[in-house]
Design a protein around this ligand. Structure first.
Ligand code: ADP
Ligand code: MG
Length: 307
């Protein structure tokens, strides 16, 4: 890259607006010393205004933990989270509650947690509603949009799992948030209803410019997203754009190889990294001939004292 390229990139970065979400080296460890679980191991993530991003990853990879951080519901073990320009760890509980009321709509994974059980669906939406511009959807319109308009007067506790999920989405959208966070909002829905909920999110995204981060297992859903971010073992390993998957290089230079390469390059393999010699930006990883993982020099690690 030439010096001029670097200058141009820098100018572009200066002009770019602050992203709605920014995580810098976010680390989260659960538990007490002796029985800790490192759920997030240095997440770097930016989501720009108006983007619709899917978080993918196997169960236990850290998706919900990341979403809870974006919602200001957890304190980072290390690293920082900025949402709507504010660093969350500098806000007190009242300021965080205010942020969730005005700027951030949250659909938690267990839909029931988002609801007042003995109150009607309609009053659940009204309860969180503040005065809004005329263009915002009314509580009735929101219930219609998520497909439970006919259940407006039923108590939330008497809704099915899928209906609760839809109501949770309606509540999260009630205040026309800048950022919508949704943790598997379609996990209890059949394919058609799941499609409806995602179509609603896309509609909100297009109409109001709402930035959306949605956790999902459903690959059909992720195909409709602007971008996908895949988490494995608490790290961002891959990103998807335009139907193609890319690996993401971490700030420590690490790369998570796709699982289908595990046979070729099992854990512990010795590799030689060679820059491509045709001038294009890239590296070839070549397994060192004959070196199986167990041949790796162990520097006496496994030797017992005295042997
Ligand atoms: P995902 O949403 O991708 O399934 P989670 O963020 O829920 O993953 O969990 C990531 C890791 O953190 C898992 O190993 C999980 O067991 C662990 N974990 C989640 N919540 C807690 C908790 N409250 N206490 C201890 N460990 C937890
Ligand atoms: Mg989860």
């Amino acid at each position: 890259m030439t010096a001029i390229d670097i200058d141009l990139d820098y100018a572009g970065a200066q002009a770019a607006p602050e992203p709605v979400v920014r995580c810098d080296n976010l680390v989260h460890v659960y538990g007490v010393p002796g029985s800790e679980v490192a759920a997030l191991r240095g997440i770097d993530l930016q989501v720009r205004a108006g983007e619709m991003v899917a978080l993918l990853g196997p169960s236990g990879s850290g998706k919900s933990t990341l979403l809870w951080h974006l919602a200001g519901l957890l304190q980072p073990t290390a690293g920082t989270v900025h949402v709507c320009g504010r660093q969350l760890s500098t806000l007190n509980n009242r300021q965080l509650a205010d942020l969730r009321k005005r700027d951030v709509g949250v659909v938690l994974q267990n839909a029931g947690r988002n609801l007042l059980p003995y109150v009607s669906a309609l009053d659940n939406v009204r309860a969180v509603r503040r005065e809004l511009t005329a263009e915002a959807l009314t509580p009735h319109e929101l219930l219609d949009a998520v497909g439970i308009g006919s259940l407006a007067h039923r108590a939330a506790a008497r809704l099915s799992g899928g209906e609760k999920q839809r109501l949770a989405v309606a509540i999260a959208l009630a205040n026309l948030p800048t950022l919508l966070l949704a943790d598997e909002p379609n996990s209890q829905l059949d394919a058609a209803s799941s499609h409806d909920v995602i179509a609603l999110l896309r509609d909100v995204n297009t109409r109001f410019g709402t930035t959306i981060v949605v956790v999902t297992h459903d690959t059909a859903v992720s195909e409709t997203m602007d971008r996908t971010v895949s988490i494995r073992d608490g790290r961002i390993g891959a990103a998807g754009m335009g139907g193609e998957q890319f690996l993401v290089v971490g700030r420590d230079g690490s790369v998570q190889l796709p699982a289908e390469l595990n046979d070729l390059l099992p854990s512990g393999s010795l590799l030689r990294a060679e820059p491509l010699d045709d001038g294009s930006a890239g590296v070839i990883l070549r397994r060192v001939d004959g070196a199986a993982p167990n041949d790796a020099p162990d520097h006496g690690r496994h030797r017992r004292p005295g042997t």
